[in-house]
Design a protein around this ligand. Structure first.
Ligand SMILES: Nc1ccn([C@@H]2O[C@H](COP(=O)(O)OP(=O)(O)OP(=O)(O)O)[C@@H](O)[C@H]2O)c(=O)n1
Ligand SMILES: C[C@](O)(CO)[C@H](O)COP(=O)(O)O
Length: 233
């Protein structure tokens, strides 16, 4: 039977801000590569049927070795120059699958995604075509233009997006089809593509977790090591 829920672990980045000399998803925290934590979370979830790993060029062998022990790993493919291009590479692997397949896109750089967060995304996908994960902002966030504050959105209206972001395959496929025809395409996540190119599709936001941090800067790696040793037996 064809997979009904596919998790795509996006590991196509090079980790420039981390500056580790290799993609940050290969760095170990709690004795395991960050990528293994992320793949393992989806492999262990009973609602996920398959995992597709999208890896940075030149590191596919490492990614394949990390992902191979997980039984739900279906493919390890090369990503693109941007996160968006890496998502497109994953969508190509899913060509021909039915529109109602559920697909979750997750940053490999978020090793501590947990079962309750994935549960909430999958449950929301029963009723919505697009689902995001968010946490409230504890900082005041402002728009700065030319070095001065241009506007101050009320903090209670602001949510920091995390991943996984979940979609019906037909919806995200359509959104990307439109996006790829736009020479001005720029996006930092997949919900942004749906929001911009399919504005009539509501994006349901479910509760994320402060532990589901994105390892981006060197300080995040220190925090991740702490969390990994706290949460991994
Ligand atoms: N071309 C890219 C760029 C990013 N990603 C993935 O998208 C997630 C979020 O991206 P980010 O934290 O920006 O990772 P990097 O691109 O590696 O970081 P940097 O921007 O510092 O180089 C990461 O899991 C990253 O591997 C991807 O699959 N393909
Ligand atoms: C998708 C994301 O993690 C949501 O917060 C974020 O937009 C990724 O951004 P990055 O610049 O690729 O790290």
């Amino acid at each position: 039977m064809a997979a009904r829920t596919v998790a795509v672990v996006l590991a196509g980045g090079v980790g420039e801000r981390m500056g580790a000399g290799r993609p940050k998803q290969l760095i170990e925290v709690g004795g395991r590569p960050i990528l293994a934590h992320a793949v393992g979370a989806f492999d262990a979830h009973p609602g996920v049927d398959e995992v597709v790993v999208v890896m940075a060029a030149g590191h596919l062998r490492d990614a394949a070795a990390i992902a191979a022990p997980f039984g739900k790993t279906a493919a390890v493919i090369e990503g693109g120059d941007t996160r968006t291009a890496s998502t497109v590479a994953a969508l190509r692997v899913l060509d021909g699958r039915p529109d109602d397949v559920r697909v979750l896109f997750h940053d490999a750089a978020r090793p501590f995604v947990d079962r309750p967060v994935i549960d909430r995304v999958l449950a929301a996908l029963d009723e919505h075509e697009a689902v995001a994960v968010g946490v409230p902002s504890s900082d005041t966030v402002v728009v700065v233009d030319g070095g001065v504050v241009a506007s101050m959105p009320p903090r209670e209206t602001l949510t920091r997006f995390q991943t996984p972001q979940g979609f019906r395959l037909g919806t995200i496929r359509k959104a990307y089809e439109l996006a790829l025809a736009d020479p001005a395409l720029r996006a930092t996540d997949d919900c942004g593509i749906v929001h911009r190119y399919l504005p009539d599709v509501p994006i349901r936001v479910v509760e994320g977790s402060e532990r589901n941090l994105k390892v981006t800067q060197p300080l995040d790696a220190v925090l991740a090591e702490h969390l990994a040793t706290e949460v991994t037996p």
